[in-house]
Design a protein around this ligand. Sequence first.
Ligand code: ZN
Length: 188
Amino acid sequence: MAVLPITVYGDKILRKKVAKVTDIDDKIVKIVSDMFDTMHNANGIGLAANQIGINRQIFIVDISPVEGYENYKPLVLINPKIISKSEETSTFEEGCLSIPELRADIIRPKGIYIQFFDLNMKEHSLEANDLLARVMQHEFDHLQGVLFIDYLDEESRGRYKKLISKIKKRRLEVNYPISSDANYLLLK
Ligand code: ZN
């Protein structure tokens, strides 16, 4: 059980397409458990491995704290692959534990069909919609080195420029630990 520092915008690993998990060993099991501790401590509903400096394709989601989603079980997704996306889109205000204080409306497909492995390396596929699909797409993007602010148009990006540079310099007030080194990497 450990709460780890969360990487912040500007950290190189957030811009990296991370590597596939080839087998589940004790190290991976420990990483996933630390990811849950870290996410819950920061009141997040999703977390990707590179947000704790881990170069592996793993993300977790737990949307059960959100009203209306109490029955949704926490999920671990290893080597996830989005098979298809709905044509229908939705707009939702997103935030990110690695880009604190910035929230913006982002348009994404409303539903996805996603394939992944669990901690027993058993393959699963599921159809996700609404908030679950939203969080999964956000976290999946992290593993490709993509951040939600990449979807902002030029005008909005201009509006957030000051805040983004403040975040990069870590002039932040957050109530969870953040990385202090832009090269922070636990597992190469
Ligand atoms: Zn994020």
